[in-house]
Design a protein around this ligand. Sequence first.
Ligand SMILES: [Zn+2]
Length: 646
Amino acid sequence: MTSPVLPSHGRVRPLGLAQVSLTGGFWGGRQTVNATATLAHCESWMERLGWLANFDRVADGTTGPDRPGWSFSDSEVYKLLEALSWESARSGDPEAESAIKRLTARVARAQDPDGYLNTCFGHPGRPPRYSDLEMGHELYNTGHLLQAAVARLRTAGDDDLVRVARRAADHVCRTFGPGGIDGVCGHPEIEVGLAEFGRALGEPRYVEQARLFIERRGHGRLKDIPLGRAYFQDDIPVREADVWRGHAVRALYLAAASVDVAVETGDSGLLDAVRRQWERSVARRTYVTGGMGSRHQDEGFGEDWELPPDRAYCETCAGVASIMVSWRLYLATGDVRCTDLIERTLYNVVATSPSADGRAFFYANPLHQRAAGRPADPDEVSPRAEAGVRAAWFDVSCCPTNVARTLAGLHAYLATVDDDGLQLLQYAAGEIRAELPGGRPVALDVETAYPDDGTVRVRVVAGPDEPWTLSLRVPGWADGATLTEGGRTTTVAPGLAQVRRAFAAGDEIVLELPVTPRFTWPDPRIDAVRGCVAVERGPEVLCVESADLPSRGVLDDLTIDTLTIDTGSAPRAVPGGAVVRGRARGVPDQAWSYRDRPLSGDGGDWFDVPLRPYHAWARRGPSSMRIFLPIADQPADQHPPIQEGA
Ligand SMILES: [Zn+2]
């Protein structure tokens, strides 16, 4: 079967990618842009920067000190190969298939006879193999090669890429197995790659090597660095940790692999450890967008409640990695809250990164941009992760290919099955042609304009004669959702709404999710946004952009009234947005920002403040932006409107 993650057992089972298709709408449109623009965009940048030629140079013996790119640039080629593999299977696009073949041929030529494959280390003029486990990313690169090979193996069978990956995995097992180097890679990823490659090939040695790497970490095998060993999770063993810390992508790739190994080896202690870490990290170290990572210096998690909106890092890759962890935990446990977090992260991190044309990306995803960025040159590499505008490519360009592989296989996350029926988890226009246990086919069509509209129509096209259970996820925010089937409408609570009966072809089940805009108050322990409120609409977090305010400076000084909110009868409303009432506090500029009593003042006139989905911010050019809005001392309706010129 075809899916990025196929555990040998679990509470629920994923569907194959061939069993689900997106037919348009929010995600179908993005998947098309990914296929028609982003994949070629990524390849052309890697060609232009010499990251692809690095493989040719190793093969030709011409690499040396002038090798371009960071030590992890090989991994971008592998992530693109993974994306192309999912895309080729999804659409049958011959260009995707020929891109796989030409990239694979260049990668394969660079592999050493013993299976070692890396363009940065281990060749004349380059540092020796495994001479910098802390920051060298050698095993990290191999992990992404294995994930690409999993995609290829499950969509096209055992081809050259799979053979290259098998030799690379064998090399890793020989070199780092019992009696070999007793070390780990400074950036987890080899673990999740080995675990899935082992599952895909039915090769327990690879899962065992992943287990060894996981057990070794946390005992100080890596050298201490100024950022501390928590940066690469070598401070505490995985099974003893209570919360995610250090570099967010590292922490989350490690957690994803830990779930895989726990499931394959029946290690309930390890699984419980990751569940415990998920609970506390989601409760105390996650932004309202689902973004993770509060600190720029180490791209890392902060302490509990350390969630500053303007210094939010929220790397796009950390969003992808968080989805990887939550999906694995959901498959193992059936805990549907994991798929709530996946939805939040998809709409507010993954969808935020790419531009509408799929050729520019956000790396960091702050919740408050104080100064508008400068327009990005589509022909220039951005040296920075944070810029306030989407960039065509980055010096460290991990995020574009991570978005590409996620969107190419996005339909993997729509639904699952268990012994009793099918669970519909994410709502997108699409078709599901699956099998319930016992080989009983079931066909469903989903019609929806979600999240613009909250109506989800599920039509049974075919199904078994005997009763089975159709479950629809009701998101945690969806207070007052209703389900209509067989002429009856009932209110359904967050979690899974279940209908169990024998369905006939043509039966329709309609879920109504309340996507009217709502205020969301943060926990008061999140100091940085105390006294502020956010606005959400369905799964989308909304924001205010300076371009929608009377003047640019107002964004710093804005307070809003939490008594009124509407979807946009106001003339300046934005589709999919909302409108609140706000005004400028009118704080005078002072020589010193502190005084012996609170500043008081009525503020200026009330005006309409249009909000738009956060994922759409900065699409009209550079702007300042904020999600959390300070609450006005007194609501709008207690103030008589101030007459113009009065
Ligand atoms: Zn990244």
